[in-house]
Write a protein that binds this ligand. Structure first.
Ligand code: HEC
Ligand code: HEC
Ligand code: HEC
Ligand code: HEC
Length: 312
């Protein structure tokens, strides 16, 4: 049977369908698999997450007194779990496959902080063959595994700026996908803004799920990353609207972060021109230097021996 016998049109159609079916894979954004996909291997982290407000808020946030009022003020669905303006920050969605419908399944979870995992989950723990154990992985394979997983969107614990950037996307009522007027309406309707959110204080209490306590140098690095991400997000947000109340709240957040960062000469360019690029440049300029001497004293609760930093 020769090719033309299936018909040129049919062939083109078949190629077209194949291309259509394939394209979403080639260009699709990574999507979240959901916390259950992590539970078996990361039991300890999962347990700590289950005790956190992030986990519990899936069952509580929409029952708060102001929830419907805030949702209605922004427009769209009055149910938080159906209102896109709320879902981005309050919930984790899960997808079966690329292009499938994203379903609201949990509160903020693993991938809210570590990145949507469809592309990196299958490779991040693969040591170079079915029977190869962690300690037998070759250095080349390890370097490639880490680079590939990072390129596919895995935010490792050591990537302090990326982690801080993710926290600050949700904490501080500033986020690039949502316009300034919507945020102004949320604030007016009583949405909290929590000016005191600070990443060390808020991550080293009940949220903390590393096996080891962070060293003073690691805490200082996380603290500075958090201030940088706050300065960038607040500056961007303040410029998005003329609403006086929202603008003032964001201007205050930016000023607070700026006051902290002033102690560091490497922060000069970021302070003069707050942008994500300059924040990343500053973090790179530190080159792993211990910042605890320069800035450790400014960390809220620094020196406290409390188990839960959120209590001090
Ligand atoms: C089959 C087991 C397995 C599954 C499933 C799995 N992980 Fe992992 N994960 C590992 C192992 C093993 C490591 C350590 C990798 C290494 O040696 O570098 C790891 C490392 C990580 C790290 C990096 C930790 C660090 O030191 O920076 C993060 C973050 C992470 N996993 C998150 C997740 C999330 C989120 C999910 C679910 C979407 C998930 N993992 C699913 C086994 C797994
Ligand atoms: C930019 C991210 C973001 C968006 C968008 C957002 N929220 Fe929130 N919301 C938060 C954070 C973070 C908190 C916790 C604030 C704190 O700890 O001060 C919160 C707290 C709340 C609370 C208080 C919850 C409680 O347990 O008391 C309600 C109610 C609420 N949000 C409703 C909404 C509604 C309704 C929408 C959609 C119209 C929405 N939020 C959109 C981030 C967001
Ligand atoms: C609120 C943000 C957030 C959430 C949610 C979150 N993580 Fe993390 N994760 C972090 C931060 C921050 C660190 C590193 C700094 C620290 O431990 O305080 C970390 C560290 C890790 C590490 C390295 C642990 C180690 O011992 O060094 C793994 C693995 C990990 N997370 C997996 C998970 C899994 C699995 C989930 C979901 C069950 C999860 N994380 C949920 C922010 C988060
Ligand atoms: C996807 C959005 C999102 C991300 C990312 C996120 N959070 Fe949250 N977080 C929330 C929301 C929403 C709440 C409020 C839940 C509620 O009150 O119902 C919250 C609550 C909290 C609380 C509880 C506060 C309290 O008053 O009890 C802490 C602590 C916290 N977040 C820390 C962090 C840290 C640290 C990071 C980054 C490592 C982070 N969060 C990343 C959305 C997020």
């Amino acid at each position: 049977m020769s090719v033309p016998s299936i018909g040129r049109f049919t062939l083109l159609l078949a190629i077209g369908i194949a291309a259509l079916a394939w394209t979403p894979w080639a260009v699709a954004e990574p999507f979240p698999l959901g916390p259950k996909a992590c539970q078996d291997c990361h039991k300890d982290e999962y347990k700590i997450w289950e005790e956190s407000k992030h986990f519990k808020s899936y069952r509580t946030a929409h029952k708060a007194d102001d929830a419907e009022k805030i949702a209605k003020a922004v427009g769209g669905k009055k149910s938080m779990k159906r209102n896109v303006n709320c879902v981005v920050c309050h919930y984790s969605t899960v997808q079966k496959e690329a292009g499938a419908k994203a379903k609201v399944k949990a509160g903020p979870a693993c991938e809210s902080c570590h990145g949507a995992s469809s592309d990196w989950e299958p490779i991040h723990f693969e040591y170079g063959g079915k029977d190869v154990k962690r300690e037998d992985e070759t250095p080349d394979h390890k370097a490639k595994r880490i680079a590939d997983s990072t390129a596919a969107g895995l935010v490792w614990a050591s990537m302090s700026y990326d982690i801080a950037h993710n926290c600050l996307k949700c904490h501080g009522l500033a986020r690039s996908e949502i316009d300034g007027e919507a945020f102004a309406k949320m604030l007016e309707a009583g949405h909290p803004i929590n000016q005191s959110f600070e990443i060390v204080m808020f991550s080293q209490g009940k949220m903390h799920h590393s096996l080891d306590k962070l060293s003073p140098a690691q805490l200082a690095d996380l603290f500075v990353a958090g201030q940088a991400a706050k300065l960038v997000s607040a500056t961007e947000a303040a410029a998005k609207t003329e609403d006086a109340k929202y603008k003032a709240a964001q201007t205050k957040r930016a000023a607070d972060a700026q006051a902290v960062l002033q102690a560091l000469p490497e922060a000069a360019e970021l302070i003069a021109s707050p942008s994500e690029a300059n924040a990343r440049k500053m973090m790179e300029a530190f080159g792993g230097k211990d910042l605890s001497g320069a800035i450790g004293g400014q960390i809220p609760c620094a020196g406290s021996d409390k188990e839960n930093l959120m209590q001090c």
